[in-house]
Design a protein around this ligand. Sequence first.
Ligand code: MV4
Length: 452
Amino acid sequence: MFKRILIANRGEIALRIIRACRELDISPVCVYSQADRDGPWLESADQSVCIGPAASKDSYLRIDRIIAAAEVMHADAIHPGYGFLSENSHFAEVCRDSGFEFVGPSPEAMCALGDKVNCKRLARKAGTPVFPGTEGGIEDLDEAVQSAREIGFPVIVKAAGGGGGRGMRIARDEASLLDGIASARQEAAAAFGNPMVFVEKYLEHARHFEVQVIGDKHGNAVHLYERDCSSQRRHQKLIEEAPAPGVLQKNRDRVCESAAELIRQAKYAGAATCEFLMDHKQNFYMLEVNTRVQVEHPITEAITGVDIVKTGIRVAAGEPLPMKQSDIRVNGHAIELRINAEDPARNFMPQAGRIETFVVPGGPGIRMDTHARAGYTIPTHYDSMIGKLIVHAPDRATCIKRCLTAMSEFKIGPMRSTMPLYSRLLQEKSFIDASHDIKWVERLLESDRAKK
Ligand code: MV4
């Protein structure tokens, strides 16, 4: 097992990794930017070193400085967390070449799954369902138009190197398809350095269903069932839950097993998430694979009892997975509410400044993952998520009630947070009866604005 892990991240996920290290008798060490000098998570680390100015590009994205810090502090592994360098295969390669274990997949597996055209090809081979569309990247426009005619409009143009909604164009006819391919290509070349785009069927009303998987270096992989992340705004998830409500056991088992098979065939070691869209008949279509631990991993931990961060560290150290698929059972229901320092009444305006009041909820089934506290000043340079409330209960109805009580106990001031929005969302009929979809929060906010 590792003796010392350098955490190349900040905030609540840095703290989450520190706690996992403690249980494994690993010494956690941190890097931080000048804006994070007083970051409360640094108090829990054994050592920390400043690697540069506030801007991420000058600190948390500086591969050379992170490697230098790992050398100085005698780390034997580097944990990237989520965001920043976590899905950068070049970083994973530099870690390996510098003699540090990267807590995550090999650069090869990350590359293979990170390219969406290649990932889709691997998925077809593994029997993971994908959208009908072009077999690979678009070589000529006639082929793209031909493919769109076969699958039928609307279609969507996506960048092979894209993700999280960037580089996508919806096309409802041939003219907009040709336009869409040209503009998606340009955007993709500029943003990802790869102009390759592909076309697939566009699904209008869908739910976002994602399967947590984890593999080891001995060819084993299991899935930890799924999360429903349909409650989002502008590709930022707000509420996630596990398991996905209303999905038949046989449909769930089939898609979850197909996701585990995909990462087994990709020889993938570490935690990953296979993202799907689900239509109203419970057909599944894979979107992409996230090759890191995700923000919403705790709801899966709650319902399965598996510590995903600890297991990710164990497999990175070469240990075999400590469980078989048949050991994994779903227990109850869990919901995560992302606490963002944003004002939902003012178009989600980021809220900076010093936190004066911070009251954390408690009681059975309540977990709060946060680095924030009264006296902490939220820097403006990073994303606005300052914590996550994770609520676990025997069933979904109880879980929703528990969320409402916990939210009423939570207090933050003087800044606003997204919590008041959630107490409303959780009482909406379409959420309660699970008839919602990936656009439901945006539609609701839009109708609010129309009323004003
Ligand atoms: C789609 C889609 C509909 N049909 N692909 C958005 C982010 C990226 N991961 C893929 N995305 C989508 N791909 C097809 N064929 C709709 C979306 C989409 C979406 C997906 C998941 C969660 C929220 C979303 C919001 C808008 C669009």
